[in-house]
Design a protein around this ligand. Structure first.
Ligand code: KG4
Ligand code: ZN
Length: 347
């Protein structure tokens, strides 16, 4: 069979990323230009600034990805692009660039769901991994438990009812005076703390649902900090930030791991994959590996670079969609609130 070379484009949030992937699983290039330094100043992503930055970066990043892949632009077979969920202005930059490429090269365009892209990152890392499996997708924007039934069929059986897991990490990080994005900083700080120092609440629903809720935990941490601040100020003591980070992280990890393992048991699945930025969390990886082993299950996760937003995962998802006959037309539009497994307005 002839090789299929896919260019993936990802601009759903604050990374401008373009990748070239061969036959769905071989990364020829994966350029990620992060705007983190710019948004750090504001403590989070500013959509208007992000869109403008994508406009500046998209063409140079496409050029770099093609060059690094060592291919000529006319060797590209398919263009895959994230069309949702994400920020409408930033998504439109990627979609416009993808349409221009597809039109100029006269090659098919495939709109990719960003969440399905995160799941596909596991295929790039683990060449032998095939559906079906359970995937925990936890990032700054979403926390889902997904039954990956095939390369193109997804069923969500658990979702957050309020904040996403990464959002909770970012908000708690801000409360304890760490920078943005908070997840990696809490992960690092927690290594020096006691995870059983403070018992923060875990939320489970008693209606049998595998949904998540992180806002109660976030509020409990913030209340704890305020109370302790007043109490310790009088005595000239400082806050035990390492213990707060470790205890908070343990609470998030408990909820993520327990619901994911329960999902695997209910679905009779022996394989669990992790995806999204929070999948790089070291405690999450350790805990789920340990408990999965006890239950005779296997765990897969991508290296940190493929957990956070990148275009190689989008190219991989586009490959499997394309093989399944999913192609978009030039009316492809941004769908900011697109859900996993949902085809949205388009394609
Ligand atoms: O997947 P991603 O790059 O972007 C979204 O699609 O949202 O995820 C970013 C999120 C941020 O909230 C960040 O704090 C979190 O992933 N994150 C982590 C870690 N690395 C990134 N959270 C916990 N532990 C980490 N090591
Ligand atoms: Zn993402």
């Amino acid at each position: 069979m002839k090789d299929i070379i896919i260019v993936g484009i990802e601009t759903s949030c604050d990374e401008t990323s373009v990748a070239v992937v061969k036959n769905g699983r071989e990364i020829l290039s994966n350029i990620i230009s992060s705007q983190v330094d710019i948004h750090q100043e504001y403590g989070g992503v500013v959509p208007e600034i992000a869109s403008r930055k994508h406009v500046e970066l998209i063409i140079p990043v496409i050029d770099k990805a093609i060059k690094e892949a060592g291919i000529a632009i006319n060797q590209v077979d398919v263009i895959g692009v994230t069309y949702g969920p994400g920020l409408v202005g930033t998504l439109l930059v990627g979609i416009s660039a993808a349409k221009a490429l597809a039109f100029a090269l006269d090659k098919p365009l495939v709109g990719v769901n960003h969440i399905e892209g995160h799941i596909a990152a596991n295929y790039l890392e683990h060449k032998e991994l095939e559906p079906p499996f359970i995937c925990l997708v936890a990032s700054g924007g979403h926390s889902h438990i997904v039954v990956v039934e095939s390369y193109v069929d997804f069923k969500i059986i658990g979702r957050t009812r309020d904040d996403a897991a990464g959002e909770a990490f970012d908000k708690v990080a801000r409360a304890i005076g760490l920078g943005y994005p908070g997840g990696p900083l809490i992960d690092k700080m927690a290594r020096r703390g006691r995870k059983d120092a403070i018992i923060f609440p875990r939320t489970y629903f008693n209606d049998g649902s595998l949904d998540f809720s992180f806002s109660g935990l976030k509020t409990a941490v913030i209340n704890y900090i305020n109370q302790q601040d007043q109490y310790r100020e009088g005595k000239g003591e400082s806050l035990p930030l390492e213990d707060i980070a470790a205890s908070f992280q343990q609470a998030v990890v408990d909820m993520l791991v327990n619901n994911t393992l329960e999902a695997a048991k209910r679905q009779n699945m022996k394989r669990i994959a992790l995806a999204g930025g929070v999948a790089s969390n070291s405690m999450l990886r350790e805990e789920i590996m340990r408990l999965a082993k006890e239950n005779g299950m296997e765990v897969y996760y991508p290296r940190p670079l493929l957990c956070t937003d990148n275009a190689a995962m989008i190219a991989c998802a586009a490959y499997y969609a394309y093989l399944d006959g999913i192609v978009s037309d030039f009316s492809l539009n941004a769908v900011p609130g697109l859900k996993a497994g949902e085809k949205g307005e388009m394609p």
